[in-house]
Design a protein around this ligand. Structure first.
Ligand SMILES: [Fe+2]
Length: 717
């Protein structure tokens, strides 16, 4: 039984393959398309998953999409109805995408994958819950999901038991912890759905002096963690922006322009919203535990990537054990959706031992063997050496790290989820403070305030960190006990986002750190993702070589091979060779486009040539006219690039006409339909977003809808 899970069309598209309940492969599209946070249909990831499972599309029994497109569309339309006449521009931007593809998700899937079997749909938060509970080690657990928003739910509390997840309580859009955090992220000049971790890093530099201002004005937070956002300060509903003028007045400053200098006030604001987030997470967790009585906690959804809040939850919260899905963002929805079908739709049981999870260390992406790696290195002409065999295989690497060199580390299957866990990592000696600035400035090209995480041998973790649990997925921040020994991996507030590594989970990295520890007495290494700012983490040897050559990385270790930058100096390296196959693909598309342009421009000449025959023009004229289209077609096939400028003019003109047409139709619809209908609905007391004052309520928790029946899996809503 093969189930393909898909998440797409918002951010971080992904695919996951489940075979007889086992997670065979999972991959984010951005790693293969090389477009950061790629939201397009994950066709490359699907093909990778099928390749990994040695399957064709005909072997797939079910494809499942990670949310209900119609329910989400309903929420978006209601938002426009509620905020009209504001929101005309976002409406015009959103509708073409929805009408063209998102409302036709089933057709899109069939078209992209040529699939004729069953396509199922599950709720977004149900997918997050499933990704949090089913792969966890626990038979029974409290399940908590927190993100921006899926369809309507923004926070979900559920109780997981063997192969069931019973939804209990929820918070609904727009009252969202994820959106609140993202609003501040945007206000401080970072990207929404991409810069949240930057703001979390920045928060440690400030003081939470605005926390009361936030709690008194921006949200009504109850003792049980439920809350209502004060939408007077946000423009989330109209889709124009996250925050509005009133919000800016509250903090007496305009939104920070990206890349402009960061002020102390920015740091304090970041610290304040981080404090509020942690407070909400702690209260929600206590409420959730009270409801289920379970001391095991499973977490999913984008907010669960906030490792500072997670660390506090582990130290101060009510739970004995916490397991967090490493791909907690929307990419993990592909995995959760597939697991829901296996355990709920198909009613398969679940065996677990309360010890091991079933994520295989999240090493679920593509791997490349030595033959593929050496071929890539040879293709560009980079000199490399082979590492020795045996237990001391990585000794030369440990020596180079101890000398202060920075290593690009590429081993085994790529990670699924945003963290680099030692398959596609940059490693360095954490004892050297100066190495932090070097990596930020010459390798990652990123902001100097960004911290680096330590990876430590699991058996030594308690010596260095105040951490009462293993942290294999780097999702828990903890106070550093010996900050002076690992200054480059200790954040400004004395904490670190810890990754613990065991021999079973990652024998290569464990061996390297053990050798480094034997040499230096330090069982810790600095670990950051193998990419440069703004680019996805490397996936293939080709990506790794390009990043290695374009940055200040000293050493590249891929499989059994080691490349030293000093050996590459003076050698002629042909990086263009890595792009050969891709270029061929582009040429094919170019030829088709050129042919179609040639035919379009030929039409008038064909008509004139035929007319000439009937009007008794001289044969020479008709013949010359007929020759023009023939020449155009021949040139388009032989030299498609000659049609480049004509192609561009034609497609630009066609796009411009289409945009103008759409803008006019949608603009008219917004002002003639959405605005008056919305106005009358509001006048009649319509309150879908629960914005009316509810001072008398003790709680804002809403009873969650019970688990849907099997028939519902076939519906888009
Ligand atoms: Fe989500």
């Amino acid at each position: 039984m093969n189930i393909l899970g898909i998440s797409a069309f918002y951010h971080d598209s992904a695919a996951c393959l489940l075979s007889n309940g086992e997670i065979v492969a999972a991959c984010q599209e951005e790693r293969l398309s090389r477009i950061k946070h790629d939201e397009s249909f994950p066709v490359r990831s699907v093909h990778y998953c099928l390749h990994q499972g040695r399957l064709g599309i005909l072997d797939v029994d079910y494809i499942v999409f990670y949310e209900k497109p119609l329910t989400k569309f309903d929420r978006i339309i209601e938002s426009f109805l509620y905020s009209a006449p504001n929101g005309g521009e976002p409406f015009r931007r959103a509708m073409p995408v929805w009408l063209r593809s998102r409302l036709r998700t089933e057709k899109e899937i069939r078209k992209e994958l040529d699939f004729e079997g069953d396509i199922l749909f599950v709720d977004h938060h149900a997918a997050h819950s499933a990704s949090a509970f089913f792969p966890s080690p626990f038979k029974e657990a409290t399940v908590l999901t927190m993100d921006g928003v899926g369809e309507w739910t923004t926070i979900g509390v559920a109780h997981g038991h063997v192969n069931r997840i019973e939804p209990l309580w929820e918070q609904r859009f727009p009252h969202s912890l994820g959106l609140l955090y993202s609003a501040f992220t945007a206000f401080l000049g970072f990207g929404v759905n991409s810069g949240e971790h930057k703001m979390m890093g920045l928060s440690s530099y400030g003081e939470p002096v605005y926390r009361d201002l936030i709690l008194e004005n921006l949200l009504d937070l109850k003792e049980d963690g439920s809350f209502r956002l004060n939408m007077d300060y946000f423009d989330i509903l109209s889709g124009r922006s996250m925050t509005n003028e009133r919000f800016h007045d509250l903090f007496q400053q305009s939104p920070r322009i990206p890349e402009s200098p960061i002020t102390n006030k920015d740091r304090d604001i970041a610290s304040s919203i981080q404090w509020v987030t942690e407070e909400v997470v702690l209260r929600v967790s206590q409420f959730a535990m009270n409801q289920t009585g379970s001391l095991n906690l499973c977490m999913g959804g984008g907010v669960s990537l906030n490792c500072v809040a997670n660390g506090r939850l582990l130290r101060e919260g009510p739970f004995e054990n916490i397991w967090i899905q490493p791909a907690s963002g929307d990419a993990g929805g592909a995995l959760g959706a597939a697991l829901l079908v296996w355990h709920r739709y198909l009613e398969n049981g679940r065996v677990t031992d309360d010890l091991m999870d079933s994520m295989s260390g999240s090493f679920l992406g593509p791997a490349y063997d030595d033959e593929e790696i050496s071929r890539a290195l040879e293709m560009v002409g980079i000199p490399f050496t082979k590492l020795p065999e045996g237990t001391e295989r990585y000794l030369p690497v440990a020596d180079l790290l101890a000398e202060g060199l920075v290593v690009g580390w590429f081993q085994g299957r790529m990670e699924f989820g945003p963290r680099a866990l030692g398959a596609r990592s940059i490693l360095a000696d954490p004892r050297r403070m100066e190495i932090k600035d070097r990596i930020n400035e010459t390798i990652k090209f990123r902001e100097t305030f960004r911290p680096f995480a330590p990876v430590i041998l699991e058996e030594s973790a308690k010596e260095y960190f105040a951490l009462e649990a293993i942290s294999p997925y780097m999702l828990l921040a903890a106070p550093v006990k010996r900050p002076d020994e690992i200054p480059a991996a200790t954040h400004v507030d004395g904490s670190a986002r810890v990754q613990t590594v065991s021999e079973e989970m990652n024998p290569d990295l464990h061996s390297l750190i053990s050798l480094f520890s034997a040499k230096t007495g330090c069982p810790v290494m600095l670990n950051t993702s193998f990419n440069v700012r703004g680019e996805p983490v490397v996936c293939s040897p080709e990506d790794a070589i390009l990043t290695f050559m374009s940055t200040g990385l000293d050493i590249l270790v891929m499989g059994s091979f080691l490349v030293a930058k000093k050996d590459v100096e003076g050698v002629i390296v042909d990086l263009d060779a890595l792009e050969g196959e891709e270029l061929q693909g582009h040429q094919k598309t170019g030829r088709l486009k050129a042919l179609s342009t040639a035919l379009t421009f030929s039409m008038p000449f064909v008509i004139l040539a035929v007319a000439g025959l009937f009007r008794n023009w001289s044969r020479a004229i008709s013949f010359s006219l007929a020759l023009i289209p023939v020449a155009g077609v021949v040139v388009s096939l032989l030299r498609p690039e000659a049609f480049g400028p004509a192609n561009r003019i034609v497609s630009r003109f066609a796009r411009w006409v289409a945009r103008l047409q759409t803008k006019f139709i949608l603009g008219t619809a917004y002002f003639l339909v959405i605005t008056p209908v919305g106005f009358f609905m509001r006048m009649s007391g319509w309150d879908p977003f629960l914005l009316r004052k509810k001072d008398m309520l003790e709680t804002f928790w809403l009873k969650a809808r019970s688990e849907p029946d099997k028939e519902n899996y076939h519906h888009l809503s």
